[in-house]
Design a protein around this ligand. Structure first.
Ligand code: CS2
Length: 478
């Protein structure tokens, strides 16, 4: 798909806006979410906010987009209609392992004002239970001494170092990952790393850097070959890297940028707020928490996607039960009704056009459980509330990471802790022993919470192993 293909020779396109943003971790989500807001902000109010994307690992996205002048199709999949648009906001894609110096140079360019990130939970190299940088991670160890980094944190600090050395301002760091207080988290990690590299640099970042927190939301399943065919049928154009997303989209951003420099995000529908905490808690617990619960239980029951899981009445009732357990642990943001939010989620999950695989959401559970489910469980225990649906979700995660489904087939578990979790599970005989062994993994379960979960999760696990996921889900739903 070339944007210029087919235009008469005398027509010249206006120059693309210059680059103002570097994005680390260019996956389908940011292309279906942040890029669209940025494109709309420039369409409304102008500005040089072109984006250079960085792939921290694979060249696949770069290779697919290069021949398309970096433009791509985003398809909004409603239950009854499909709307395709071309998103033309990328000015290039760099592949970090091929040329880390080019990535640092792009980030150090003083015209770049913002570095956005979607590097997934594990990409922050932190301990999910404490929020501290994990200096044992090989990537972090490497980046402390090597001239060119490999981790997102390493790139951020080394690029900030170049900017400081050149007498320039830092960029704003805008985390767009599903982590609680993502801006504060990344600030802490950057400062911890910078402190080891050069304490004066850490001081400079502390005084001059900005790390607004954000809440991001748009369901965006991984693009499949069938999607590529579908886009070709829909638009008549071949696009090797389209993105497929639901119609709904939300971005809530704390308005705290270095020198106030940012696109006119409000013009694109972004909610700019002073404090994003309430939005983010609501979304992590009510959306991502139930997403993970449905992913593990649904997968074990043989359901391929979330919409297929929702079409099973036993699971539709289960997700309602989960929201009833979660809502008392959520403070509604001003003007938001939690029951309405739950109803909207129910409709979004049920959208049959969105093929969101339970297996995809099940990935990296060890990095997701704490902020999605365990915080809610802690508050419920403190308040003496029973949460059988969520206890079952934790038990289902435990069965899932054991690596074998209910029919004895292997599960392709993708998780940075997968080998350890599988080993712990295999070494234990009974469901009760497996629960005890997995609750002892402190990177996931805080030491003070684990003993409190032992009895209820053991009960849920026993039910799950004895009856199977679907029956267990039925059992815990009134
Ligand atoms: C999902 C999220 O894969 C997952 O873990 O829960 O990616 C979810 O689809 C998004 O956060 C929705 O905004």
């Amino acid at each position: 798909m070339s944007m210029e293909a087919g235009l008469p020779a005398e027509i010249t396109l206006p120059p693309k806006p210059a680059t103002g943003i570097v994005h680390l971790g260019l996956g389908a989500f940011f292309r279906a979410h942040g890029c669209i807001y940025i494109a709309d902000a420039m369409a409304a109010s102008g500005g040089d906010w072109g984006v250079v994307g960085v792939s921290l690992r694979s060249p696949a996205t770069r290779d697919a987009l290069r021949d398309q002048d970096w433009a791509y199709t985003a398809v909004s999949l409603g239950a009854t209609e499909e709307v395709a648009r071309v998103v033309d906001v990328l000015n290039g894609v760099l592949v970090a392992p091929e040329n880390p110096d080019a990535v640092l140079a792009a980030m150090a360019n003083p015209e770049v004002k913002i570095v956005t990130l979607t590097v997934t939970e594990k990409g922050y190299c932190h301990n999910p239970a404490t929020g501290a940088l994990n200096f044992d991670r090989p990537d972090i160890q490497h980046d402390l001494t090597a001239p060119f980094p490999v981790s997102a944190i390493g790139f951020l600090v080394r690029a900030l170092q170049r900017r400081r050395d050149a007498g320039n301002q830092p960029f704003t760091i805008l985390s767009c990952d599903n982590l609680p207080e993502n801006g504060k988290l990344v600030r802490g990690l950057v400062l911890e790393f910078a402190q080891r590299v050069d304490p004066a640099l850490a001081e400079w970042i502390k005084s001059n850097g900005r790390f607004p927190c954000t809440m991001v939301d748009r369901i965006t399943p991984a693009t499949t070959d069938a999607d590529i065919e579908k886009v070709e049928r829909l638009t008549g154009m071949r696009d090797d890297a389209p993105v497929m997303h639901e119609p709904f989209s939300q971005w809530v951003v704390e308005d705290d940028f270095v020198d106030g420099a940012r696109p006119d995000l409000a013009a694109a529908g972004v909610e700019l707020v002073a404090d994003v905490t309430a939005h983010e808690h609501m979304k992590l617990r009510m959306l991502n928490g139930t997403h993970s619960a449905l992913a593990y239980t649904g997968y074990l029951a043989g359901h391929e996607t979330i919409s297929e899981t929702m079409a099973d009445p036993v699971f539709a009732a289960y997700v309602r039960q989960l929201w009833a357990e979660i809502m008392p642990a959520v403070v509604a943001p001003a003007g938001v009704s939690l029951p309405d939010y739950a109803d909207a989620l129910f409709a979004r999950y049920s959208n049959p056009a969105i093929q969101h695989r339970t297996w995809q959401i099940a990935m990296d559970g060890s990095q997701k459980l704490p902020q999605r489910i365990l915080g809610t469980l802690r508050e419920a225990l403190d308040a003496g509330r029973e949460t059988p649906g969520l206890w079952l979700a934790v038990a289902a995660w435990m069965r899932y990471v054991g690596g074998q489904d209910e029919t004895g087939q292997p599960i392709d578990v993708r998780d940075p802790l997968a080998p350890r979790l599988q080993e712990l599970s295999a070494a234990a005989d009974t469901p009760a022993d497996k629960v005890a062994a997995l609750l002892a993994v402190q990177g996931v379960f805080p030491a003070d919470l684990a003993p409190r979960l032992l009895a209820p999760v053991t009960e849920a696990a026993t039910l799950l192993w004895e009856e199977g996921a679907r029956a267990a889900v039925f059992e815990v739903t009134p």
